[in-house]
Design a protein around this ligand. Structure first.
Ligand code: ADP
Length: 485
């Protein structure tokens, strides 16, 4: 099969969240299963800064999106994903993708539709033998809509199957109905059975309704989003497509994230003693008291409501009663940034609040802390907990979505417990506090069990091989379905 993997973010070229990590790794592993795959993304301004050693080179120029109202020409640049034969094509128009920040433009709808139609125009000209297009999240969700409407009379394009991967249903791309006109899509799509959603156009809904196959990034999240609690209003639409809805957990790139060979770490980590050595250096690095006997609890996250930060707010002062250190790395909502700055001022010996985006520091934190918090309100897959376990850091999570599928409860009373962390179900700060307290208790009082827990985490296999095989099956299913709208 020939597969086009299309994403607005791809690591290392442009990253905001977990989507970039997946888009930068999964295609390499799909390629290893023997399928041909290429990646397509916008040429964001940030790419030139991030693509060191992989600077894209011109592939073609002066192309015009076929149906979009903007007739501004785009060029396509080409590079590769590191350590692979996977080609990456980047669609460039500096007037349209003009901001440093990937989502910083003042007309995201226009950027999205321009990119979607340009991507199809490009595929039509150069890769019309593509079997499956895998789009990701709302920014690329209109590609299946274009294919099943304005491109449907084209004999080659109508043969291409589509897979829509939902990484986060919380971000849907809601815009004024005039965006359909801008996109060059037919007005009849502004209809409750198509893209209309409470007086707006919903791009994500378009992806759900018009793709041949839909998947989310964990089985549990796939089930959760069919309930009103998690669906942001789309449970009815998802239920209509439930026979085509799959859940495949993401992996992490074991080559890039390798604790025994990670240049960001102070020392390679092969056992628990190595972890302690890292922790000591790390405490010095952050100007926290050098006390390897104290548990370091960490949080690396976008600071937004989804990540359960209000629960952390509620218990923070109680947590400070324990002999622990707390390290935060994150950016996001001001209320959360202000809160953690204040806590750092109040508890300089215990709290380090790093309010920035810093990949190197992230690795140091995964390598040097003891516990990793993810009390998310919802979590489609979550990568942080997997990185944490890979580096022997014990996750403390709310059992929802991918967190429920990747972390299992550690029963310290049982000698042979295979669990990897501590968790809770109800979205309740007392439950979070109880889970953290359990972790702190085991850390201080059950040293051998903590060592077992560390080993259980390090033994988990979240590598991409298995994920890639599941995607290959999904592509086969999509190819077999010749769904016409
Ligand atoms: P989401 O995609 O919802 O943000 P994930 O857990 O799936 O959450 O992925 C988040 C990714 O972004 C992880 O790789 C995490 O380490 C990284 N990350 C989040 N915030 C920062 C930050 N401030 N600095 C560096 N990396 C970060």
């Amino acid at each position: 099969m020939k597969i086009a993997y299309i994403s607005f973010e791809v690591f290392p070229f442009a990253k905001v969240g977990g989507l970039a990590d997946v888009a930068g790794a999964l295609p390499k592993y799909i390629n290893k299963t023997g399928e041909k795959i290429f990646v397509l993304m916008p040429y964001h301004r940030i790419v030139d800064k991030n693509a060191e050693g992989f600077l894209p080179e011109i592939f073609c120029e002066n192309m015009i999106p076929e149906f979009h109202s903007s007739k501004k020409p785009f060029s396509v640049y080409k590079t590769k994903l590191s350590d692979s034969d996977v080609d990456v094509y980047l669609i460039k128009n500096e007037d349209i993708f003009y901001t440093e920040d990937i989502y910083g433009g003042d007309n995201l709808a226009f950027q999205s539709t321009y990119f979607c139609d340009s991507a199809i125009t490009f595929i039509k000209k150069y890769f019309s033998d593509t079997d499956v297009i895998n789009v990701n999240d709302w920014q690329t969700a209109l590609i299946p809509v274009y294919l099943k409407t304005v491109y449907s009379e084209n004999n080659e394009m109508r043969k291409i199957s589509t897979v829509f991967t939902i990484h986060n249903l919380g971000y849907q791309g809601l815009f004024d109905s005039s965006e359909l006109d801008n996109a060059g899509l037919p007005g009849y799509l502004y209809n409750v059975d198509a893209l209309e959603f409470y007086g707006k156009v919903n791009f994500l809904k378009g992806g759900i309704l018009f793709s041949d196959v839909i998947n989310t990034v964990s089985k549990t999240y796939g089930e959760e989003i069919q309930t009103s609690e998690y669906s942001y209003g789309l449970d009815g639409v998802l239920k209509i497509r439930s026979d085509r809805l799959y859940g495949i957990i993401n992996g992490i790139d074991y080559k890039v994230y390798n604790p025994s060979d990670d240049p960001s770490l102070f020392f390679p980590i092969n056992n628990y003693a190595d972890k302690i050595k890292n922790k000591k250096e790390f405490q010095k690095f952050l100007k926290l008291p050098e006390r390897p006997d104290v548990p370091v609890i960490s949080l690396i996250s976008r600071l937004v409501d989804q990540k359960g930060l209000d629960l952390i707010f509620q218990i923070f002062e109680y947590l400070m009663l324990f002999d622990v250190q707390f390290v935060l790395l994150g950016t996001g909502d001001k209320k959360y940034m202000d809160f953690f700055s204040k806590m750092e001022e109040k508890y300089p010996e215990k709290v380090s609040a790093n309010l920035k985006f810093d990949l190197d520091l992230a690795q140091k934190i995964y390598g040097s802390s003891d516990m990793f918090l993810m009390p998310s309100k919802y979590e489609p897959c979550g990568l942080g907990q997997m990185y944490a376990m890979r580096y022997g850091t014990v996750p403390v999570v709310r059992y929802t979505g991918g967190l429920a599928d990747t972390v299992s409860e550690f029963y310290y009373e049982k000698e042979d417990s295979m669990g990897t962390g501590f968790g809770f179900y109800d979205y309740d700060s007392c439950k979070l506090f109880k889970a953290i307290s359990k972790a702190v208790y085991v850390f201080y009082n059950e040293k051998e069990r903590w060592n077992d827990l560390f080993n259980n985490c390090m033994k988990q296999d979240f590598s991409y091989e298995n994920t890639a095989l599941q995607y290959r099956e999904l592509y086969k299913i999509a190819k077999d379905i010749k769904r016409r709208w």
